[in-house]
Design a binder for this molecule. Sequence first.
Ligand code: HH2
Length: 284
Amino acid sequence: MSSRQIWKTTRFDLDLAERPLVMGIVNVTPDSFSDGGKHNDPTGAINFCERLLGEGVDILDLGGESTRPGAPKVSADEEWHRLEPVLRAALSLGIPISVDTCKTEVMQRALDLGVDIINDVMALRDEGADELLARHPAAGICLMHMRGDPATMQQGAHTHYLDVVEEVRDFLQARLDHLVSVGIALERIMLDPGYGFAKTVEQNTELQRRQAELLALGRPLLVGWSRKSTLGALTGRAVDERLPASVAAALAAVAHGARVVRVHDVAATVDALQVWRAFGGPVG
Ligand code: HH2
């Protein structure tokens, strides 16, 4: 899909044709898998948002609940309590702000404050989430593939696939069709294969190699490889030693058609993408 691509969001129409965009991760949580506890006081998190802005981030993605395998669920009130002060400050930075949440109630509060994008690893399957976004005129949406939920996703049948690429594609197609049927414009929707969610190392690797097959869905792809355990399995590196692997994964994802990369290490990813583009590295 090489034609001009737009991702419509509340305040910004993002041009994905010009260059791949970098989404910076800000986890306002005590327990996220790689940065839990690092930015869970509001001042620290706001400073971190400003730092990422200086490093060239295009979009900030704020999360108030970890989705790591087996993570405990938090209430909507607790999640919102973590997010609200950071979200209020981030919304004045002049770039698109995304909220990473599965809960309709948290989405509602974030949309009321004017958030630009809802990033949902459950693909808007919480009760009422689809209607909520259909009532909103413009918020961008990222729909991610996962089976089960973070507590169960790596267990039992959740990681059994006949063909992981076909099954991820069919899931995303079904969610896309459903959201269009409730009245959400296609230009608002971004798709994500969900690396690390209900997938083994081999399945994640195959999905990445064949990622371009997902472009047949007709919407752009956002991917999140940053520091994930498959990169640890491929390199033998601990979570805090996965920067080179994460940058390589982001470039591979772009070469295979991703237009937005969700990363912890913004400065390194921005530099790598600049050189990649200048040298004519394939942009799928
Ligand atoms: N991965 C994580 C969280 N949200 N959203 C999208 N769209 N795609 C992803 O791959 C994705 C995501 C997990 O990473 P992280 O936010 O660093 O960890 P945690 O969930 O433990 O907070």
